[in-house]
Design a protein around this ligand. Structure first.
Ligand code: GLV
Ligand code: MN
Ligand code: MN
Length: 468
């Protein structure tokens, strides 16, 4: 192409680029004359000095994060949004509206995973997907998961405003119930998508703490699930790549002043439910030698969890007793039942499994020594770790470099829907800093600037992967 022809084309591009920029998020134009291929798109730095200028509407995105946080069962600044609750249903409606406003075609599967698709030039090719969750554990914050859903929709808006047209379709996913709050099952939506027959079967019997079945809870939220529908949730060969944008939930990026974390692996979680049963009795009348206190068995097991985790000798091994319930729960009654839920994780699966086995042995010996019954020791899940795909790591690194953003490779100690998406698609994750690494509490915070940086890296990576 001659220089004479190139200059007017660039002039036209810049004219329309700034036109789209000034009309901010409103434009979802499909006018074919301004659609550009990735070759042109990645040509930004060659004709304009400096990094690609991706017009993120950071203010609009912050407003959406704030609006979504109002769908909560606890007062601000905390957020509590539990699967299939009224607030969850309202928040889902909010997300579907935003997807539609961005010109995405929206569909939902049987359990309420929500998909918004932007058709690429070649709809026969596997799509590039990105997304996260919007459910929130009790008294948590407004950024966990949310940044990866609203940020994904904004990344699509950014690409549309820039006149980009994908070759592979791009899809935003809002996953159902990444958090285990209601039914004790983490990553319920993505686990099913990844084809978990075990979960599809277990859901037939699953009830929440109020004894409401999974099916009834789903029905109340508008999802009339038939057992066979679970098979329709399973996906295979649907995506060529999956990306998730998320707050780090740890302090490293903030402490080191790094803008972007590029995740290489996700630590492997296991969760366990334990129940002890004793005779209970009157807190004054039953003398100490005659007791078999189920509460003390639970307390001893909690300390054993800490001991076994520390014995691993690695700071990568962690263990938490996040739930410890006593029955009947009266100050003057010896606990006759106790219920303990344990979460233990590691980047090394074998080491994590050794901890699980030690916890099991401790539960058996504590029950024996305290003459209580170990009525349940159930491993709810014992997931293997996931590795990010090398080409996606490279694409994310390249995008961060193009955007002049400092970045580092790191592992994710929290689990994410990406852990399961990695089973059906090459996977990668983008982390952004969050205040003091706080998460799962109301103080969780990420700055608008850091979120915008994450959205830019996501947009540029999606653009690249959609052309490959
Ligand atoms: C996810 O919420 C986790 O607990 O890692
Ligand atoms: Mn979480
Ligand atoms: Mn999360």
């Amino acid at each position: 192409m001659s220089l004479k022809l190139v200059l007017p084309l660039h002039f036209l591009f810049f004219f329309f680029f700034f036109f789209f920029l000034s009309s901010a998020c409103a434009s979802t134009s499909t006018d074919q004359s301004w659609i550009r291929t990735m070759e042109e798109f990645s040509g930004y730095p060659t004709h304009a000095p400096g990094p690609p200028s991706l017009p993120v509407d950071a203010e609009g995105l912050q407003k959406q994060i704030d609006e979504l946080s109002a769908f909560s069962d606890t007062p601000a600044p905390s957020v509590t949004r539990v699967l299939y609750s009224d607030k969850d249903v309202a928040a889902r409606r909010y997300i579907k509206n935003l997807m539609e406003k961005s010109g995405l075609s929206v569909r939902e599967d049987a359990v309420g995973n929500i998909f918004g698709r932007w058709n690429g030039n070649d709809v026969g090719l596997a799509a590039v997907a990105t997304g996260s969750h919007i459910d929130a554990i009790p008294y948590s914050g407004k950024y966990d998961g949310v940044v990866g859903v609203l940020g994904a929709i904004e990344a699509i808006n950014v690409l549309k405003r820039s006149g980009f047209q994908p070759n592979r379709s791009l899809e935003v996913i809002m996953f159902t119930s990444e958090e285990p709050t209601r039914f004790g099952i983490s990553c319920l939506g993505s686990r099913l998508m990844a084809g978990s027959e075990g979960l599809a079967n277990a859901l037939k019997e699953t009830v929440d703490a109020q004894n409401i079945s999974f099916f009834d809870a789903a029905r109340a939220a508008g999802y009339h699930i038939d057992q066979e529908d679970f098979r329709n949730v399973f996906l295979k060969d649907t995506y060529s790549s999956f990306l998730e944008l998320h707050i780090e939930q740890g302090p490293i990026l903030e402490e080191e002043g790094v803008s972007i974390g590029i995740v290489t692996a996700i630590a492997a979680p296991a969760s366990i439910k334990v129940e002890f049963e004793g005779n209970g009795g009157h807190a004054g009348a039953v003398l100490m030698p005659a007791r078999n206190d189920a509460g003390l068995a639970a307390a001893e097991l909690a300390l054993a969890v800490e001991k076994h985790v520390l014995e691993s000798g690695s700071t990568d091994t962690v263990g938490t007793v996040g739930i410890l319930e006593l029955h009947p729960g009266a100050i003057n009654s010896i606990p006759s039942k106790s219920h303990v839920e344990i979460d233990t994780r590691d980047i090394d699966e074998t080491r994590r499994n050794i901890v699980v086995e030690k916890i099991h042995q401790s539960a058996i010996s504590i029950a024996k020594n305290r003459r209580v019954r170990l009525s349940e020791f159930k491993i709810i899940n014992q997931d293997p770790p996931a590795l990010s795909a090398e080409p996606i790591i490279k694409a994310m690194e390249h995008a961060a470099r193009q955007l002049n953003l400092s970045h580092k490779l790191m592992i994710s100690r929290a689990y994410h829907d990406s852990l399961f998406m990695a089973r059906i698609s090459p996977m990668g994750m983008i982390f952004i800093p969050c205040y003091k690494g706080y998460s799962h509490k109301p103080e969780e915070f990420a700055s608008a600037e850091d979120i915008a940086n994450g959205v830019k890296v996501l947009a540029l990576t999606l653009a690249k992967l959609s052309q490959s």
